[in-house]
Ligand binder design. Structure first.
Ligand SMILES: C[S@@+](CC[C@H](N)C(=O)[O-])C[C@H]1O[C@@H](n2cnc3c(N)ncnc32)[C@H](O)[C@@H]1O
Length: 150
């Protein structure tokens, strides 16, 4: 990905559990954090176990953003009791990669204190679809949401 006259792009290799990603030089040189931005945590937070305080992590990141900024996230869920997702989680654990599938209520908690955009926290293919979703929700197995920092 490269920057264009319409907008700049930068890449930073970082660990959200160890690095203060908003302070990275690549981020500071690219984004003006005095202005609203979008923070996308897409398919990331299920790699953050409860012991690493995922809610505190998201809160800390949002605290560094201007009012009017957006949080976009998607998160794999245990909500549909999918055996393959459970097995995938166990495989990650065996390889030393921690994480947690979360329920809809647990995913919705990431938006506490934000103005949640319609239609709220829903299975991914139900967030403003262009056409009526055809897959069963269980096959998607992810919740998504978008919130705005007041
Ligand atoms: C399923 S991929 C999603 C990638 C991308 N967001 C997307 O939706 O196409 C999960 C990503 O989370 C990243 N990830 C997992 N734990 C992380 C951590 N502690 N810090 C930063 N990135 C992490 C992985 O490197 C991987 O790129």
């Amino acid at each position: 990905m490269r920057g264009t006259p319409q907008g700049r792009t930068a890449y930073a290799e970082a660990d959200v559990l160890k690095d203060d990603i908003l302070q990275l030089p690549q981020v500071r040189a690219t984004l003006n954090l005095e202005e609203p931005v979008a923070l996308s945590l897409v398919a990331l937070l299920h790699f953050v176990p409860d012991a690493s305080d995922p809610y505190g992590l998201v809160r800390g990141l949002l605290d560094g953003l201007a009012p009017g900024s957006y949080l976009v996230l998607s998160h794999a869920t245990e909500g549909f009791a999918r055996e393959d997702l459970r097995e995938l989680g166990e495989m990650y654990q065996r390889k030393g990669i921690d994480g947690k599938l979360r329920s809809r209520t647990e995913v919705a908690r990431f938006f506490d204190g934000l103005d949640l955009l319609d239609p709220g926290v829903v299975v991914g293919h139900r967030w403003r679809p262009d056409e009526e979703p055809r897959l069963p929700d269980a096959e998607v197995g992810f919740y998504v949401g978008v919130g705005r920092r007041p």
